[in-house]
Design a protein around this ligand. Structure first.
Ligand code: ASP
Length: 430
């Protein structure tokens, strides 16, 4: 097998669109056995699947009619060409993806997991330099893109804020982008104006990734969010098709929910409940885009009780920095996603997500900290997934994804098995 057992099985289940229970039944084993085959190779309970299962699964994957479309897309060249914008290898919007290409990217992200979990190292991007240009506040996106590039063997040059860049001297986006392109091999850009990253991208032929353009999009965040949902659903034995997804908070200015809603719409028959304070509703053009894609049900609400029956609650921060003349009314404590709320309206298999940062200041009513030791809170698993997904984005855009598997060596140090003191036992396992 060219890839690890975990990568092979996760990819097979995604391609066949089967839950763990159904997949185990189809292969003729107990769900418990399948779970042990899906653990990372070094973990104590890991078991190798029998050779006959490998051959059988390979055969059903190859024969499945659903797979015809994958076969076609594989024949039509590398992933980076299929998601290119105007022939360039850039990531500006989630609209560049279809369901097959997004799942192909996730296969690369799965491949990256041993590196992201500090079991392996790779140097496939040795010598390459990333320019991280952040003209707006950022912790996660900037550091995780940088760390992802470093974990593939590259190095990173950063610039943060307008004050310390030549833009403060009146330099145009075109000049900045063209000049930087002479220094680095890829750029990640965050900028407060919607559409500005596309403008940077037009001035260069090197890979550009949109790290957030005002209230526009945040494609890498949406990709890691979808990857998190699929991974959590796999553990819980659920399929994304037909799921109930609730988004709460500032849906007007929250770029993460703009990108995520469009990406989720690539799946079938979802129910979306969009709960916002008055005046911060999801923009109409995005709702129309989603409604056109498939037979989804979209409900809009101002009442948090409508989280009832959700499979996923995706909470967001109020983006006050983007307000023009809005008055924030009705954003009271009743609007806070908390343990009491999910205990009242949801079951033990709901997952609670947030792109972070959550505003923990008094009166902000952002996602409550009282869920911190509750395994339904997936926010740190979600943030951790930023590394393998962003590594996959770089590997694909720079065309090295096929070199990764053979480039891996064991790490020389010993990281702790769980990174956070309140991590769930399954954190990092599936
Ligand atoms: N970190 C996310 C973003 O940059 C969410 C947020 O800031 O609230 O859009």
């Amino acid at each position: 097998m060219a890839v690890s057992q975990q990568v092979f099985l996760r990819d097979a289940m995604r391609r066949l669109n089967l839950t763990r229970d159904v997949f185990a039944a189809r292969v003729g084993v107990k769900r418990r056995a399948l779970d042990t085959w899906l653990l990372p190779e070094g973990s104590q309970e890991f078991r190798s699947m029998p050779e006959v299962v490998l051959r059988f699964v390979t055969e059903i994957v190859e024969n499945e009619s659903l797979l015809n479309k994958y076969a076609q897309s594989v024949q039509s060249g590398p992933l980076r060409d299929r998601i290119a914008v105007g022939g360039k290898h850039q990531l500006l919007s989630v609209e560049q993806f279809g369901r097959e290409s997004v799942e192909e990217l996730f296969r690369v992200a799965d491949l990256m997991q041993p590196i992201a979990r500090r079991q392996k190292v790779s140097r496939v991007l040795e010598g390459a330099v990333l320019g991280n240009l952040f003209f707006e506040a950022s912790t996660r996106t900037r550091v995780s893109f940088g760390a992802a590039f470093c974990r593939l063997g590259g190095s990173v040059c950063d610039t943060t804020g307008f004050t310390f860049s030549s833009m403060a001297k009146g330099e145009s986006i075109y000049d900045t982008s063209r000049v930087m392109s002479g220094y680095v091999d890829a750029m990640v850009i965050r900028h407060p104006e919607q559409g500005s990253v596309a403008e940077f991208a037009r001035a260069t032929n090197i890979p550009v990734v949109n790290g957030g353009d005002g209230a526009g999009e945040h494609p890498s965040q949406a990709l890691l969010d979808l990857y998190t949902i699929l991974t959590e659903f796999s553990r819980l034995g659920k399929l994304l098709d037909g799921a109930h997804i609730v988004m709460t908070g500032d849906l007007k200015y929250g770029r993460t929910v703009h990108s995520l809603l469009k990406l989720l719409a690539l799946y079938r028959g979802l129910k979306f409940t969009l709960i916002s304070p008055l005046g911060l509703e999801m923009p109409e053009d995005i709702i129309e885009h989603v409604a056109k894609l498939s037979n989804h049900v979209i409900e809009q609400s101002h009442d948090l009780a409508d989280v009832k029956g959700a499979d996923v609650i995706y909470a967001t921060r109020v983006q006050k920095e983007r307000f023009s003349d809005e008055q924030l009314e009705g954003y009271t404590a009743d609007f806070q996603v908390s343990k009491a709320l999910i205990d009242q309206y949801c079951d033990e298999n709901v997952i609670v997500m947030h792109p972070l940062p959550r505003d923990s200041r008094e009166g902000a009513h952002d996602l409550s900290v009282d869920l911190n030791d509750d395994p339904r809170l997936a926010i740190f698993r979600q943030a951790d997934n930023g590394i393998p997904v962003r590594m996959a984005i770089f590997a694909v855009l720079l065309g090295v994804e096929n070199l990764v598997q053979h480039s891996m060596r064991d790490v020389t140090w010993n990281p702790p098995s769980h990174i956070g003191p309140e991590d769930a036992v399954f954190h990092g396992m599936y």
